[in-house]
Design a protein around this ligand. Sequence first.
Ligand SMILES: [Fe+2]
Ligand SMILES: [Fe+2]
Length: 191
Amino acid sequence: MSQQLIKKKLCQFLIKAVVYKELNNKEVFMLQESVIKLLNEQINKEIYSAYLYLDMANYYADEGLDGFEHWFKLQADEEMEHAMKFRQYLLDNGLKIVLSAIADPSASYKHFSEPLKAALEHERYVTASIHAIYEEALNKKDFRTMEFLNWFIEEQLEEETNAEDNIRKAEIAGDKGLFMLNREFGKREED
Ligand SMILES: [Fe+2]
Ligand SMILES: [Fe+2]
């Protein structure tokens, strides 16, 4: 290596060192490990939600309740979209995505109202999970993740409201109104 080349390399190295130091002084924002872990886990929870709602759609298909089946199939699709939002957020931040095994969602339901109640319970669990990520982001002064999660906080209110409405409608309809209610559920449109 010529002396000139050595000088050039040394110069490049020093410039790089100065740039890094300056970046450090400016405290470049990075997501913290604890927040990244929770965001990755949320991908699993959203895909599990999709799995759970697909299992419910399958139950209704077996029962011949195609309207309920349609409603829960759309719900499953929505949950996959939620999972993809978390995935994209991690990617946008240059982070590694870690996928883990999805639990078996199968349940045996004895009455058409049972999945509706289970869905509300599940949405309450997801709300708590989203709030826990928000709390951790707040603790770490991770304003970017807090802003990202705002959409999900609003979405969870809507999810819980829908689940509560479904239970109320089923109670009003009773077994006698099941045919009508099935038809109404079948009218759900994609968001
Ligand atoms: Fe979700
Ligand atoms: Fe949901």
